[in-house]
Design a protein around this ligand. Structure first.
Ligand code: DAH
Length: 338
C-alpha cells in the first residue's frame, strides 16, 4: 500500500497536468503548496509522529514537495511559451517596415581610400596624429624658424594655450620618427587648417596625405618614381607628371608636383598637387634630440617626404569645380558619388 503522501503527490501531478491556464495552475499550487495547503500541512503533522517515523516521512515529504514544485514550474513554462508564440502569430507581416536610409561615402573619404589602397601596395603603413598640435611638432621640429611667415597669427589658428591647429600633416612625420627607428615607410591622411579666405579653391580646413620614407640610400629618383606611379594609378597611365624646384624648410632639395592629362576634364592645364623633397638633416637631428638617441643619423639614413592635397586630387578626379561643395552637405551633390 502506498503512503498517503504519495497518493497526494499523484493527485497533485494529475491536477497540474490537466490545468488549462496559469490561473488554474495557481489555484492548484495554493491547494497543495500554499501555507495551509495539503502538502504543507504534513509539515505540521510531523510533530505528532513517532520518533523513528520522523526521518522516513520527512524525507518523503521533501521528495513530494520537490516533485510537485518542479511539475508546476514546467507547466508554467509551457503556458508562457504558448502565450509568446500566440503573440507572434498576431503580427501582420504585410505592414510596411520602418525604413532605414542607406548613406554613401563622402567623395573626400572615397579619395582617401583610393589613395591609401595605392600606397599600401607600395608598402606604406598608416600613421596618424592629432589635429591640435604644439608649435614644436608643426614648426620647430620641421626646421621652420620662429620668424617664418607660416607661423604668423595671420596664417595659423592658435589656441589660447599656445597650441595650434596643424597647418599641414607634416607633423605626422615627426610623430612617426619619434615613435619608431628607421627604416620607416608611412603615410598619414587628415585635415589641416590655415587662415585662408574661403573661395572656390581655398578653404580654412582642407585635407592632405603625407608620406615619409626613410632608409639607406633613398634618392630623388625614388621619390619621383613613387609619386609618378601613384599619380598614374590614380588618374590613368596617360598622366604627365612634372617636378618643379621649390622651397620648404624641412626638405632639401624641395619640389612641387604638377599633373596634366588628356583623360581629365581640365585636360591641357598643369595642376599643382603636391609638395615634396628629401628630408632635411636638421629634421633628423631634431627627432634625435627628442628621442635622446642617434637613431636617425643623417650620415647613415636619407629619406623623402611629400604632402599631397587631397581636396585638389578629389576635385580633379571627380571634376568638382568648387572646394566649398565638400563641406556644404548638399544631398544633390553628395548623391552623385553614391
Ligand atoms: N607641408 C607642405 C605644405 O603643406 C607640403 C609638403 C612639402 C610636405 C614637402 C612634405 C614635403 O612632406 O616634403 O605645403
Amino acid at each position: 500500500m502506498s503512503h498517503p503522501l504519495e497518493r497526494l503527490r499523484d493527485e497533485a501531478l494529475r491536477e497540474i497536468e490537466s490545468a488549462t491556464d496559469d490561473q488554474a495552475l495557481e489555484t492548484t499550487r495554493v491547494k497543495y503548496l500554499g501555507r495551509s495547503g495539503s502538502i504543507s500541512s504534513w509539515g505540521e503533522q510531523m510533530k505528532v509522529l513517532a520518533k523513528e517515523e520522523k526521518p522516513v516521512v520527512g524525507k518523503l515529504l521533501n521528495e513530494v514537495r520537490n516533485a510537485v514544485t518542479a511539475a508546476i514550474e514546467t507547466r508554467n513554462a509551457q503556458f508562457r511559451l504558448q502565450k509568446e508564440s500566440g503573440a507572434l502569430t498576431k503580427i501582420d507581416i504585410s505592414l510596411p517596415g520602418t525604413p532605414h536610409e542607406i548613406g554613401s561615402l563622402h567623395p573626400l573619404h572615397q579619395m582617401h581610400e583610393r589613395a591609401i589602397q595605392i600606397f599600401r601596395r607600395m608598402g606604406f603603413a598608416l600613421a596618424e596624429g592629432p589635429d591640435i598640435e604644439t608649435e614644436w611638432y608643426c614648426f620647430d621640429a620641421l626646421n621652420t624658424p620662429p620668424d617664418h611667415p607660416a607661423r604668423n597669427e595671420q596664417d595659423t589658428f592658435y589656441l589660447s594655450d599656445g597650441r595650434l591647429l596643424r597647418t599641414h600633416t607634416s607633423t605626422v612625420q615627426i610623430r612617426a620618427m619619434k615613435s619608431a627607428p628607421p627604416p620607416l615607410r608611412v603615410i598619414a591622411s587628415g585635415a589641416a587648417y590655415r587662415r585662408d579666405e574661403l573661395d572656390a579653391t581655398h578653404s580654412p580646413q582642407f585635407h592632405q596625405i603625407e608620406g615619409l620614407y626613410v632608409d639607406e640610400n633613398v634618392s630623388v629618383a625614388d621619390l619621383k618614381g613613387e609619386l609618378e606611379f601613384f599619380l598614374r594609378e590614380l588618374f590613368g597611365p596617360g598622366t604627365e607628371v612634372q617636378f618643379r624646384p621649390h622651397y620648404f624648410p624641412f626638405t632639401e632639395p624641395s619640389l612641387e608636383v604638377y599633373v596634366r592629362s588628356k583623360a581629365l576634364k581640365r585636360g591641357e592645364q598643369w595642376i599643382e598637387v603636391a609638395g615634396c623633397g628629401m628630408v632635411h638633416p636638421a629634421v633628423f637631428e631634431a627627432v634625435n634630440k627628442a628621442r635622446g638617441d642617434k637613431a636617425y643619423d643623417p650620415e647613415k639614413w636619407s629619406g623623402y617626404a611629400f604632402g599631397l592635397g587631397m581636396d585638389r586630387l578629389a576635385m580633379i578626379l571627380f571634376d568638382i569645380p568648387d572646394i566649398r561643395l565638400f563641406a556644404q552637405n548638399d544631398l544633390r551633390f553628395l548623391r552623385q558619388f553614391a
